[in-house]
Write a protein that binds this ligand. Sequence first.
Ligand code: FES
Length: 352
Amino acid sequence: MSSQEIPEDKHLPSEQGDAHHGGVAVADDPFADPGLPVHKPRIQDIDDRAAKRSERTVAMLFTVSMLATIAFIAAYVIIPVDKIVYLFPLGKVSALNFALGMTLGIALFCIGAGAVHWARTLMSDVEVADDRHPIAAPADVKAKVMSDFAAGAEESAIGRRPLIRNTLLGALAMVPLSGLVLLRDLGPLPEEKLRKTVWAKGKLLINQNTGEPLRPEDVQVGSLTFVQPEGLEEGTHEFQTEIAKAAVMIVRIQPDDIKDKRELEWSHDGIVAYSKICTHVGCPISLYEQQTHHVLCPCHQSTFDLSDGARVIFGPAGHALPQLRIGVNGEGFLEALGDFEEPVGPAFWERG
Ligand code: FES
């Protein structure tokens, strides 16, 4: 619809002589239809020579695109695959790749640019407005649909043939089971694998740096040591799978500084062992602050207080780090007194 066809009441409020406050037009109805702006013809609409110029520009762009495509094919045939050329500022590049990229890029760009120029300068730019229609169907259409539905049900005789109706319902109810059966292809169930680690009663705590079992006197107050269970062979697939759950850090705290009663019972002479796997999304925790006994996960800054049951004192982690109960064996080495009593890693498992 052009501006000449726009009804009077569809023009901007300011054109309708609305009330003014301080020079600003205020419509009686703030949500009144503002109508369409006044149509401004383009130069190409009123000047044939300008329209011809635009036409030639569009044709030129499409022609360049055709030439670039021919150049693409020629480059593909002529340029050797292994030819290298120096191009500033790119340096040494494959001549064939460069030529193919450039020619194809030009061909596509010119088609796009030509189409845009055509649409902006020569195609009709008449504004069109359409009223929004009510979404609900009129009452007579609804009545017709309902009567057609009833007639269809009647013709299918589904009400009079309960055998067909019931078997159909059964078939429809059972067909999704095929999808459930296919879930089996996702692999074996993890069963207890994600809830258990290789830690067990009597497993020695092996220093991950030295590969040697640790004695209590090797662990200094204020130090952070990473340990793994004995028997894991580095470099094997099993090592990667198991260490992802069984990585443990130990620190030594003055027993008087340990606030949590269970933590104290599960420690040995102030040495406490905790899972190194962050309970947020499983990053390895690696930063320890001696004075406060806080450990920090570098991924999202969850902070745990190792002197208070490794409870979360900051960050997105959902629960405390699991503690490993430790003691000393007859030969004076630190050993585990069992597996973790809860799943290690992200808080997801709390909901399981
Ligand atoms: S993984 Fe540790 S804070 Fe997110």
